[in-house]
Unconditional design. Structure first.
Length: 378
C-alpha cells in the first residue's frame, strides 16, 4: 500500500506546483474578463450571456494583438522553410541512408540560412497557458472552485458567470455528457464545426496559395497534408470536454488566424507561389513595379537586422560601428592585395651577385658552420 501512495504524492506535488505557477495567469485572465464584462454588461447594459461572450472575444483580441510580432516571425519562418525545400531535398538525396549525417547537414543549413524551425511553434506555446487558464477559470466557476482573485472578490460575478447563457447554452457547461441532449450540446457542436472549418480553411489556403510547387513534394509535404486532416479531428475530439466559453475563445482565435493569414498571403506572399503571381498582377495593374517593391522590402529587413545586431568594434585603435568596421576591414584587405608582393629568394650556399652594369658575376661560398672544437683548433 505504501508503494501506491508514493506516485500519488509525487503527482500531488507536481499538480500543486503547476497550480502555484498558474496563479498569475488566473489573476490576469480573470481580471481581463471582469473588466470587459463591466464594459459590455454594466456600461452598455447587455444581457449577462452576451456580455460574458463579448468579454471572452475581447480577451481573444487582446491576446492575439499582443502576439502579432510572434505571428510575423512564424510566417517568415514557414516561408523560409518553404524556400529551403529544394536544398533539403538535395540533402535527402545525398545523405538519405545516413540519418545522423542528414540531421547534422540539415541543422547546418538552418544555421547558414538563419532559419529557426521552432519559430512556427512560438504562438502555440504562448497560447496554451492562456487557454489552460481560461479553461480552469470557467471550470472553477462551474464546479464552485473559483480561480482568479478578481472573481474570488466578487461572488456576484461568479454567480453571473455560472448562469450566463448564449442561445440557451451555458458558457460554463460542456458538450459531454450528451444526456440530456439540449441547447448546450447543439450550440457546442455548431461551435466545434465552425472551429474545425476555420482551421481547415486556414491550412488549405496556406498550402494551395502560399507554397511553391517544389514544397508540395517530399516527406515534409506529406506531413503537412496529414496535419491538414489530422488536426481538425483532434480538435473535434478534444472539444467535447471543454466548456462552451473556451470553445468561443478557440473559435474567435481560429477566425483571427484565418483572416490575418489571408491578409498576409494577399499582401506579402512567398515567392514562386500562386499567391505571388496574383500579387504581381495586382501591382502591375496599379502601375507599380513588383521587383522594386521586393527590393525595398529586402533593404528594409536588412537595415532592421543590422540595427538589432549593431555593435562597436575596435579598428585601428578607434571604436566604430559594425557596418563601418566591416567596410574598413574590406578596404584594408583590398589595399593589402594591391601592394606589390616581395618575392624572397631562398638562401643557399652559393650566392650570385651582379654589379651595376649587370655583367660582372661574383660567386661567394658561404662559410660553413663549424663546431666549437674546430674553431679552437685554429
Amino acid at each position: 500500500m505504501i508503494d501506491l501512495f508514493v506516485p500519488l504524492s509525487i503527482w500531488d506535488s507536481i499538480y500543486g506546483g503547476l497550480s502555484t505557477m498558474m496563479q498569475p495567469l488566473y489573476w490576469a485572465v480573470s481580471g481581463l474578463l471582469v473588466m470587459f464584462h463591466w464594459v459590455w454588461g454594466i456600461w452598455l447594459s447587455l444581457p449577462a450571456g452576451v456580455a460574458w461572450t463579448l468579454a471572452i472575444v475581447s480577451l481573444t483580441v487582446v491576446v492575439r494583438t499582443a502576439m502579432i510580432p510572434l505571428f510575423v516571425k512564424q510566417i517568415n519562418s514557414s516561408r523560409n522553410m518553404q524556400l529551403l525545400q529544394p536544398k533539403m531535398q538535395e540533402l535527402q538525396k545525398k545523405y538519405g541512408a545516413d540519418r545522423e549525417r542528414l540531421g547534422q547537414e540539415t541543422m547546418k543549413l538552418y544555421k547558414d540560412e538563419g532559419v529557426n524551425p521552432m519559430a512556427s511553434c512560438f504562438p502555440l506555446l504562448i497560447q496554451m497557458p492562456i487557454f489552460l487558464a481560461l479553461f480552469r477559470v470557467l471550470q472553477g466557476a462551474s464546479d464552485g472552485q473559483v480561480r482568479g482573485q478578481w472573481l474570488k472578490d466578487n461572488p456576484a460575478l461568479v454567480e453571473s458567470l455560472q448562469e450566463a447563457q448564449l442561445f440557451g447554452a451555458g458558457l460554463a457547461e460542456r458538450i459531454f455528457p450528451l444526456t440530456p441532449f439540449g441547447a448546450t450540446q447543439v450550440f457546442g457542436i455548431l461551435l466545434v464545426l465552425a472551429m474545425v472549418a476555420a482551421l481547415f480553411v486556414t491550412q488549405l489556403q496556406l498550402m494551395r496559395k502560399n507554397m511553391p510547387p517544389s514544397a508540395l513534394e517530399g516527406p515534409m509535404a506529406q506531413q503537412q497534408k496529414m496535419m491538414l486532416y489530422l488536426f481538425p479531428i483532434i480538435y473535434a475530439v478534444s472539444s467535447v470536454v471543454i466548456p462552451i466559453g473556451v470553445l468561443i475563445y478557440w473559435l474567435a482565435s481560429n477566425i483571427w488566424t484565418m483572416v490575418q493569414q489571408g491578409l498576409l498571403i494577399r499582401n506579402n506572399p512567398a515567392p514562386n507561389t500562386p499567391a505571388y503571381i496574383d500579387w504581381e498582377e495586382r501591382m502591375r495593374a496599379k502601375g507599380k513595379d513588383p521587383e522594386e517593391i521586393i527590393r525595398e522590402r529586402r533593404e528594409k529587413r536588412r537595415k532592421q537586422k543590422a540595427a538589432k545586431t549593431n555593435t562597436t568594434r575596435t579598428v585601428r585603435g578607434a571604436a566604430v560601428a559594425t557596418d563601418e568596421a566591416e567596410t574598413d576591414l574590406k578596404a584594408a584587405e583590398e589595399q593589402a592585395e594591391a601592394r606589390p608582393k616581395v618575392q624572397r629568394q631562398q638562401v643557399n650556399r652559393v650566392t650570385v651577385r651582379t654589379d651595376a652594369d649587370g655583367k660582372r658575376v661574383v660567386t661567394r661560398q658561404q662559410p660553413q658552420a663549424k663546431s666549437r672544437s674546430q674553431r679552437k683548433k685554429k
